[in-house]
Design a protein around this ligand. Structure first.
Ligand code: FE
Length: 200
């Protein structure tokens, strides 16, 4: 029986069931298409996390990569479905659900991964050329490259380096051939990050 069937909702989440809740989302919804990319949603997020782990990134950053698109499953969270005809602001939905349980580094990486794309398009000419077609399409919906003023504002982000790192992992996690471990491989790590945050 899934979490949804058991009647779990945002209101019943706590530090001891959040990881199972997230695992359940990967399990039930992870097979969904990542629009225009050759990977499913779960493969995409698992690829980002696996790359982060192989690069020796911190557990917090690996978890940020793993969860960066969790907001795409907005129906799990109940409230973000009214304006689906355009940008669904999945980054904000994802950050909202996570912020009670995860440190700001994780939620900032989730919240600003779309802004980071707009930032990199404005500051790194090679970056735009390497974006996938689907990512160029969504860039247009998301407001295109940042203006100079937006760039200056964005550079004030205390977690800028990590936000940009997760963005690169996001872009790299779109391989049709890369194999990754499943969510269960990362679950103990996700729990450690939650425990550390909730104990603090
Ligand atoms: Fe993504």
């Amino acid at each position: 029986m899934s979490y949804e069937e058991k009647g779990a909702s945002v209101h019943t989440l706590n530090a001891t069931n959040i990881v199972a809740f997230l695992a359940d989302i990967f399990e039930r919804r992870g097979g969904e298409e990542y629009l225009g990319e050759p990977v499913t949603m779960a493969e995409h997020m698992l690829q980002g996390a696996t790359l982060a782990e192989s690069q020796g990134k911190s557990e917090t950053l690996i978890v940020a990569a793993l969860l960066h698109d969790i907001g795409h499953f907005t129906s799990e969270f109940g409230t973000f479905s009214m304006d689906d005809t355009q940008d669904r602001y999945h980054e904000e939905a994802g950050a909202k659900i996570l912020e009670e349980f995860f440190p700001p580094l994780v939620t900032d990486c989730v919240r600003y991964h779309v802004a980071a794309k707009r930032y990199l398009c404005a500051t790194n000419p090679e970056y735009f050329n390497e974006l996938s077609q689907a990512s160029v399409h969504s860039l247009n919906l998301q407001g295109g490259a940042m203006s100079e003023a937006e760039v200056m504002e964005f550079e004030k982000q205390p977690n800028l380096i990590d936000i940009v790192a997760v963005r690169y992992l996001d872009d790299a996690g779109k391989s049709a051939t890369m194999h990754t471990p499943g969510f269960s491989h990362f679950a103990p790590m996700v729990q450690r990050v939650v425990d550390q945050h909730c104990a603090g």
